[in-house]
Design a protein around this ligand. Structure first.
Ligand SMILES: CC(C)(COP(=O)(O)OP(=O)(O)OC[C@H]1O[C@@H](n2cnc3c(N)ncnc32)[C@H](O)[C@@H]1OP(=O)(O)O)[C@@H](O)C(=O)NCCC(=O)NCCS
Length: 197
């Protein structure tokens, strides 16, 4: 099993894994065209996009940012034309979802704590060790260029999500806060500090 930086030829596979593993998630509802633009944006700094290969194929991915400050604004700015065109498409097909994207962008700027952020992680099959390796790979990638030793944070559902919650706790993450996201969806924010390494 190896972890490597993703490149543009991995995007289709990453989107397929996302579509299969993130049912009932808002981003999934925006469709694979949106997700292709979304994940492609992580190929540029401060984005991080890694894939795990096993038996000669991509079995999972992890996406995030080295620094949460203004991240969504940066990726939209860096990929303005693609997001503008998909935004027009969404405006006609799913106008309410555009509002939610805007809410997410504005909300993400309001965090008072600075951290590296894991935004998406998925493996094709559970319990093969892919998830833990991807998480470790993400943390190493953050720590390779992390002079300020920023912690890594992530959000995950509070309800009916015991397995993922255990996965993060077992990997050294602690609850920073419980908060309500869009339409009152209860979420955990987990954090892991690296000050002692
Ligand atoms: C969360 C996820 C990435 C874990 O990946 P994984 O490949 O199963 O991880 P590992 O094989 O390294 O297993 C790590 C631990 O997580 C547990 N786990 C986490 N989510 C699980 C799930 N949905 N089903 C079964 N086990 C799960 C495993 O039991 C395992 O525990 P163990 O070490 O005590 O055996 C994977 O379940 C997944 O892709 N889920 C769908 C997408 C998702 O929910 N992502 C996280 C959203 S915040």
């Amino acid at each position: 099993m190896t972890i490597r930086k993703a490149n543009s030829s991995d995007i289709i596979e990453i989107v397929e894994i996302h579509m299969n593993r993130f049912h009932n998630f808002f981003l999934t509802s925006l469709g694979s065209s949106f997700l292709r633009i979304f994940y492609k944006a992580f190929l540029k700094s401060p984005g991080i996009l890694l894939v795990l290969e096993d038996e000669g194929e991509v079995k999972g991915f992890v996406a995030g940012t080295r620094d949460n400050r203004g991240f969504y604004k940066k990726i939209v700015k860096n990929n303005f034309l693609s997001f503008f065109l998909i935004g027009i498409k969404l405006l006609f097909a799913k106008p309410a979802s555009l509002l939610r994207v805007g809410y997410k962008i504005i909300k993400s700027d309001k965090n008072s704590i600075i951290f590296a952020e894991l935004l998406s992680i998925a493996s094709k099959k559970n319990k093969r060790g892919y998830g833990k390796l991807l998480l470790k790979g993400f943390e190493s990638e953050v720590n390779n260029y992390n002079p300020d030793l920023l912690p890594v944070a992530l959000t995950t559902d509070y309800d009916e999500n015991e397995k993922a919650v255990r996965f993060y706790r077992d990997s050294g993450y602690v609850v920073l806060e419980v908060f309500e996201s869009f339409r009152g969806r209860k979420m955990y924010r987990f954090i892991k500090y690296f000050n002692n390494i």
